[in-house]
Ligand binder design. Structure first.
Ligand SMILES: C[S@@+](CC[C@H](N)C(=O)[O-])C[C@H]1O[C@@H](n2cnc3c(N)ncnc32)[C@H](O)[C@@H]1O
Length: 464
């Protein structure tokens, strides 16, 4: 693998490229690094490589002529049909990740262009760059250290550099979205902290399963957005199914409060139960694997109405089961028992877990009694709540990270009907989720839409 670095400061590379594994890889001829300095392609007495920006503003911009000439020199000597890949290091580039590192390790020759000052003339990028890469959402003084990050990460994947290639197969991000499991070495106990027992036993299969489970748990706790990037593979699912740290939905109850809420005029009222809300939120809860769905209203006949909605569908399921002789049980696509009616689940399955309570406080008490500890209460609101008594605001990612810190604690997610929950109801919460917003001024989602969006943001699988 060859890297040619286009830089005004080649001396910055001396020690990082001479030490440790990179030094050995270069000595063994596995990795080759050479340099081209744009200053060598200037024609004036001062060897000028920068100029003031058109349009004014601070700082200087790298001039196109010497930089382009340097890039062209760096690309010389490529074998026919295998041109060098030209990369500009810039904070405006695509973030470098392990998948990109792996793709780059398949190239034969990378030309890495390092900016300085306020960056490079845009036309250089248009004329002579294949790809712009950033090493993170922060700004460094030049592209040299970002280029070193890239050289280091790519070189590790060049066969022979690490000695034993297997050591790159289980580390962080090797599958694109999982952090590495915790590592330990001797001594077995250090300052009161013991190495997990299972690692001392020498049972390879158990150690492998433990490491994979811990890798997934650590990812869920520190980088929940990575877990959301894909559905877990069946073998991972077998290891962590039912783990409340990885699947916080399984300990979360959605609460639909009809009281105390605002009406259109700002009065505090009890709203009527809406059939569609009960159906749609129950279906969202079933889809995202919630523990339960609780509807709250102080009006007895309204509670009966909710129970009636549920009963109609339970009866429908029973009726279908009665009509279907067991021997003729329909089979789904993968040979599983098919749902009694259309789709991938009968509506009764979503509605059966719906529970009804007279007040939010009664419901929270019941959740605490069942779990043996008070639930963490998270309110949702389209409004901003500030001032004394208002719970702190939290974003979805931050909420998932804090849920992972208390993996056994039940969670209640409060949604208000009508014009939203009143301030005293919001004050029951430990946190209030930041409002769902678009870029426009209008903001009045139905509660069932808001619930679906929040559940998807917290518990949905998004794909890469
Ligand atoms: C001071 S920075 C220029 C920042 C530029 N004005 C901006 O706001 O995007 C100078 C050079 O450092 C390099 N650089 C700085 N931060 C980087 C990062 N996060 N990833 C890759 N290169 C970076 C780039 O080559 C850049 O041209």
């Amino acid at each position: 693998m060859r890297f040619t670095v286009v830089t005004l400061f080649p001396e910055l590379f001396d020690s990082p490229l001479a030490a440790s594994l990179l030094g050995k890889a270069r000595a063994a001829g596995l990795v080759e690094v050479d340099f081209v300095n744009p200053r060598d392609f200037t024609s004036d007495r001062h060897r000028t490589v920068d100029d003031t920006p058109y349009g004014g503003g601070h700082g200087m911009v790298m001039k196109p002529e010497p930089l382009l000439a340097a890039i062209e020199r760096a690309c010389e000597g490529a074998p026919p049909g295998a041109p060098a890949r030209r990369i500009l290091l810039t904070p405006a580039g695509a973030p470098l990740d392990q998948a990109k590192v792996r793709a780059l390790s398949a190239e034969r020759h990378l030309v890495l262009v390092c900016g300085r000052y306020e960056g490079v003339d845009e036309r250089v990028s248009e004329l002579a760059i294949d790809e712009e890469i950033s090493v993170g959402d922060f700004v460094m003084t030049g592209g040299e250290l970002p280029a070193l990050c890239l050289i280091d990460a790519v070189s590790r994947l060049v066969p022979g550099v690490l000695g034993e290639l297997a050591s790159t197969e289980e580390e962080s991000f090797s599958d694109g979205a999982t952090l590495e499991y915790p590592q330990y070495t001797r001594p077995p106990e250090f300052r009161g902290l013991a190495v997990p027992e299972i690692l001392l036993g020498g049972h390879h299969e158990r150690v492998r399963a433990w490491r994979r489970r811990e890798a997934l748990r650590r990812t869920a706790a520190r980088r929940p957005e990575l877990i959301a990037r894909r559905r877990l593979a069946p073998e991972d699912m077998a290891l962590v199914a039912g783990d409340p740290l990885i699947f916080p939905a399984s300990r979360t109850t959605v609460v639909l409060a009809h009281h105390p809420v605002f009406d259109r005029t700002g009065d505090v009222v009890t709203s009527s139960v809406t059939n569609l809300d009960i159906h749609d939120i129950a279906r969202s809860c079933a889809t995202y694997g919630l523990a339960s769905f609780a509807a709250v209203t102080p009006v007895a006949v309204q509670r009966e109405k909710i129970q009636h909605i549920v009963d109609v569908w339970l009866e429908d399921a029973r009726e279908i089961a009665r009509r279907q002789p067991p021997a003729r049980a329909r089979r789904g696509r993968q040979g599983r028992e098919a749902a009694p009616a259309g789709g991938t689940g009968h509506r009764s399955e979503a509605l059966a877990p719906v529970e009804v309570f007279a007040s939010i406080e009664e419901l929270l008490g019941e959740l605490g009694r069942r779990a043996g500890q008070a639930p963490l209460v998270v309110a949702t609101s389209a409004r901003l709540h500030e001032g004394p008594g208002a719970p702190p605001r939290i974003g979805e990612r931050e909420l998932l990270v804090s849920l992972a810190r208390a993996p056994e604690r039940p969670v209640a997610l409060l949604f208000g009907t009508g014009g939203g929950l009143t301030d005293p109801a919001i004050a029951l919460a430990d946190w209030v989720l930041a409002p769902i917003e678009g870029h426009g001024p209008w903001n009045h989602l139905s509660v069932r839409s808001a619930a679906a969006i929040v559940l998807d943001r917290l518990f949905g699988v998004r794909g890469p």
